[in-house]
Design a protein around this ligand. Sequence first.
Ligand code: 5CA
Length: 426
Amino acid sequence: MRLSQYFLPVLKENPSEAQIVSHRLMLRAGMVRQLTSGIYSWLPLGLRVLRNIEKIIREEMDASGAQEVLMATLQPTDLWKESGRYEALGKEMLRFPDRAERELLYSPTCEEVITDIVRTNFRSYRDLPRNLYQIQWKFRDEIRPRFGVMRGREFLMKDSYSFDLDYEGAKKHYNLMYDTYLRMFARMGLTAIPVRADSGAIGGDLSHEFQVVADTGESALYYDAAFDDIRDGKISMTTEEMRGLYAAADEQHKPDAIAKDRLREARGIEVGHIFYLGKKYSEVLGAKITNKEGVDTVLEMGCYGVGVSRLVGAIIEASHDDAGIIWPESVAPFKVGLINLRVGDAKCDATCQNIYEALQGKGIDVLYDDTDERAGGKFATMDLIGLPWQVVVGPKGAEKGVVELKNRKSGEKVELSVEAALAKLA
Ligand code: 5CA
């Protein structure tokens, strides 16, 4: 993509409405724009990141054996009256009549709809076990939407729902999702800390939140220092080993559960939440199948959420510096930013064109700054939007066939021949 043709409305100044760094950087880097309170439009750069996050989620969910569906965003409120949750969500639930005066709501979550699909389509134990997921927009009329996409009213969620014949099956699904989440977040460059949680309006009696450490997080967090060591790359652990590590959301569980020198206190951003639901929804909505003995059996359920749009903010909170965002390669909107320091200079233009085409030929996403902005502005924009690698082409280097390769994260710069730079990036 050529920057001269790309819709990238970067802001030089810090927007006054943004209180936290991720919100500030998402606005400054032209990733999103607020339409109205808690509701955002995604611009090209932001959408690329969102899609990359979705891709990782899909790959990990598919690998776990889950199957993707797509449920409607609008639902009849009748189903919620049937489940008994019509009142429970209160004003967070956005309701409105259609032309026939039938009441609809914009989905805040999908337990009712998926259970309805299952009760009308699953017949016997042969239909089990199943885990069905979707990546779909949700709406919750939060009292205090804030921090940009972090706590929005409209937000993108991965929600999945598992169905089993018995408790053992449900527990297996729960543990499988637990491991899947740790892997999924790790692939996004995040060390997520699983914390035993209260299951709130969703229900059930076993639940874990997945928290990412950030000063601006909304939850309190107490955890084993090993999680920091994992994040900093000092140690690596299997999901099985991580399971045994201490983490809690309240001080109550703090004092003797862990040695004092291993205890860390921080704030956390909840990027995922898993729930064992048991028969809470299947019982009232009548989701049952016949078991091997031919007896009607009410299904055991679990539900598993990931804050897809929130993750964009959470990754930035976890990975930035004074100059801007530092994208982990796995979610970066482009892998390489190519900077032409003298557009119009025949050697610079030819070298850039050569690199641009070579990278594209290798399937590497590259954003080519071919604008006539001055050098300082070009460097600032590239640092702001945080692509993992920058290739800088200036007249002196182009003369000798040399470019500068900069790693955004370490700041390390090396002079290389064009061929060596291309080899390094591939
Ligand atoms: N039905 C279950 C999971 S399938 C559910 O709704 N769980 S939840 O309420 O915990 O939401 C799942 C995830 O969505 C949360 O962990 C959080 O990361 C994200 N989320 C929740 N509310 C918001 C919001 N207002 N803005 C952005 N993300 C949100």
